[in-house]
Design a binder for this molecule. Structure first.
Ligand code: GCU
Length: 694
């Protein structure tokens, strides 16, 4: 409304400037404002003819008004601002006009979305000029979407939002209207890259690289006007499966030639194609190990094929033995990524990005930061999050993950004065510091942030309407990792709900904050305690099953017995995993006294009577948190009911969320009763408050 009701000038040429113009035009059609497009520089853009000017500064051509707008803005080191930079923008008030100035069309588009976020306040008389730049250059979403409905994993692996927005019944969806709306949504959140198929590449999806490439090109066409590059997950065995070669050995000349040709064809169809995503030698996917080659050999071979076109390989570090003998207590899945990848540091080409899950296991509700993030200073690293909530309530529970990601991004794996995880992902771009090493210098260009998407063809985009906030928060935190996740949530609430509310939006804001702010911790209280992880039902991973994985080959155990619980990962007596961390964390995690409570059982096997830093014992903590977690679910439901009574949300949305909250309450009680009963029976420790434990 703020934009659509005003007189706007869009100034500059190019596809994305066209998008900016279109966006404003649509807003004006709704709210009565006007918009003019001007490709060439002419006159003073701040002469009062317009209320809002969105202008591109082209090299070698001075944009009238531009100097005035950016004057006064300085780089962090105090130098005068010379360039705004890729994707950045300046937002300023000049002569009674709100001006957005950018060096690139993408920057202009991001600037437009910032004005939308600000609403009326973008037109405040005394607004100070602001410079915005993304901290992380690569901000990517991976879709785990299948073209065919996979017999076990369905259309979207771990998707909780219906079918794929790209694929249906073995082919593309045809009508791409929704994909266009999605591109707009992602761009408004700050995402600039998308992988359109599952990392587990099945037979049909393998062919996206060749005879089905046209389908990918059609998607790229839709994403392009929003500044989003399309990537493809590829099957490492493609030369065999598609090319009929006898081998996929990365050092074989025929194989290399095959990939070079395949890449060439991709770029003919999609000139701005982003690159390949690869899950190799992991959970049954093919990879270089079959040929006695390393992951550097595999990744570099693909990188060479993509190099002439400026493409990258996102090579996943999620490599571990999923056929482990549970009797063998020396093998530790948490060690695997580091053991495989750290020795390869320095061997990867510069267009290889090693993509590391943020924790050493697998997107659990609580894990330490993966030590791989500290171990590869000469490699471009991307940190991977899971927006889709596989292990955090599967979009049936409200679980706002912004605070978790923010904690991970702000974590300093080399100690309090050294670089953050965000700086490693950002590489040299962020705040002048390069990632990958303790002092934040000397590292390679960053690999960015990547997340598994939670979007499907659900009318609300996400299966839980409130799970949209996670999508938005991922994009915003990738742009500005230091942003307060609760302020980001506030933005999302304002953009999503407030325009629909006729009266005072304050009660709505308050309710959503009450339900969402602490929901990650609440989910943590409901589920596996103290960082131990994996007490979920095998296969689908929803709901409690304490021993579900205990005697399986998956490498995820809690080792509870009558005396104690937890995994001994110490150097002194356990798997030695603590030794993969640099100081000070290797010492902190090694010590059961110093290890943070929330990670105690990740690193230590302790007796039920072990006293935590909180003063409680392990057994009592388990009981207390599970009673609290279930109570918090009921409280969340009460908040929503109260809001419903006020008539502030539309009935369909109200009913949908209420139904999900019913399930959340049921599920949280099931977690409470199973976990408490299990540990009560194992340990024989009574609850200090004498509550009923079944
Ligand atoms: C988890 C998840 C799988 C997925 C895998 C991955 O294990 O359950 O569905 O394929 O992560 O990240 O590759």
């Amino acid at each position: 409304r703020a934009i659509g009701s005003r007189r706007t000038l869009v100034h500059g040429a190019g596809l994305l400037v066209g998008t900016v113009h279109q966006e404003v035009e649509q807003a004006c059609a709704r709210f009565g404002g006007t918009v003019r497009r001007q490709e060439e520089a002419a006159g003073d853009i701040c002469d009062g003819t317009f209320d809002l000017v969105l202008a591109l500064s082209a090299p070698g051509r001075s944009t009238p008004g531009a100097e005035a707008v950016s004057a006064g803005l300085r780089e962090e080191d105090g130098r005068p601002l010379e360039a705004i930079g890729d994707e950045g923008f300046v937002l300023a008030r000049e002569g009674g006009v709100t001006v957005v100035l950018a060096d690139t069309p993408a920057g202009l588009l991001y600037g437009l979305f910032q004005v939308v976020r600000l609403g009326e306040s973008a037109f405040d008389r005394d607004r100070a000029a602001e410079l915005h730049r993304p901290a992380v250059r690569r901000r990517m979403l991976d879709h785990w979407d299948n073209i065919d409905v996979h017999p076990v994993m369905g259309q979207v692996e771990r998707g909780y939002s219906g079918g794929s927005i790209f694929w249906r019944d073995g082919g593309p969806r045809g009508d791409l209207t929704r994909v266009r709306a999605y591109a707009r949504l992602l761009s408004a959140s700050g995402v600039n890259a998308v992988a359109v198929n599952n990392v587990n590449v099945h037979a049909t999806e393998t062919r996206l690289l060749t005879d089905r490439l046209g389908d990918v090109a059609d998607l790229a066409e839709v994403f392009r006007p929003y500044g989003i590059r399309v990537h493809l997950s590829v099957n490492f065995a493609s030369p065999v499966v598609l090319g009929g070669l006898p081998t996929a050995d990365p050092l074989d000349e025929g194989v290399r030639a095959w990939w070079a040709e395949a890449a060439g064809r991709v770029y003919e169809a999609i000139p701005d194609f982003g690159g390949f995503v690869v899950k190799a030698d992991s959970e049954g996917q093919p990879g270089p190990f079959t040929y006695g080659r390393s992951h550097a050999d595999g990744a570099n071979m693909l990188a060479e094929a993509l190099r002439p076109f400026d493409g990258v390989v996102n090579w996943r570090a999620f490599v571990y033995n999923h056929q482990q003998d549970w009797r063998d207590r020396s093998t530790d899945r948490a060690r695997a990524a580091f053991d495989h990848f750290a020795p390869l540091d320095g061997e990867f080409h510069s267009n290889v990005i090693v993509q590391v899950k943020h924790g050493p296991m697998d997107f659990q509700v609580r894990e330490p930061v993966s030590p791989v993030i500290t171990a590869m200073p000469a490699t471009r690293l991307a940190v991977e999050f899971q927006v889709t909530q596989e292990y955090t309530g599967q979009q049936r529970h409200v679980c706002y993950l912004g605070p978790m990601w923010s904690e991970v991004l702000g974590f300093r794996p080399w100690g309090p004065d050294a670089a953050t995880v965000a700086a490693v992902a950002a590489g040299g771009s962020a705040d002048g510091t390069a990632g990958g090493s303790p002092d934040g210098t000397g590292g390679a260009e960053g690999g960015g942030l990547v997340a598994v998407s939670n979007v499907g063809d659900d009318p609300y985009w996400t299966g839980h309407p409130l799970a949209q906030a996670n999508l938005y928060a991922f994009g915003r935190l990738a742009w500005a990792p230091q942003a307060d996740p609760l302020a980001v949530l506030d933005e999302w609430i304002d953009l999503t709900f407030v325009p629909l509310v006729s009266g005072d939006p304050e009660p709505l804001r308050r309710t959503l904050h009450a339900m969402m702010d602490g929901s990650w911790h609440s989910y943590e209280r409901c589920s596996a305690p103290l960082g131990v992880g994996f007490m979920v039902r095998p296969g689908h991973h929803y709901g409690p099953d304490v021993d579900g994985y205990e005697y399986t080959p998956w490498g995820t155990y809690h080792f509870a017995d009558r005396d104690g619980v937890g995994v001994d990962r110490t150097r002194a007596s356990g798997t030695g995993f603590t030794g993969q961390y640099p100081q000070p964390w290797s010492e902190v995690y090694e010590s059961p006294e110093r290890c943070p409570d929330e990670l105690l059982l990740f690193f230590h096997h302790v007796p039920y009577g072990h006293v935590l830093q909180s003063g409680s014992t392990v057994a009592q903590h388990i009981y207390d948190t599970h009673f609290a977690g279930a109570e918090e679910a009921s409280e969340s439901r009460r908040h929503w009911e109260k809001l419903g009574a006020s008539g502030l949300v539309e009935p369909m949305l109200y009913a949908r969320v209420l139904e999900l909250l019913d399930e959340q309450v049921r599920s949280a009680e099931e977690w409470r009763d199973q976990i408490n009963a299990y540990f009560h029976r194992k340990s024989g420790v009574p609850d200090a408050l004498g509550r009923l434990i079944p």
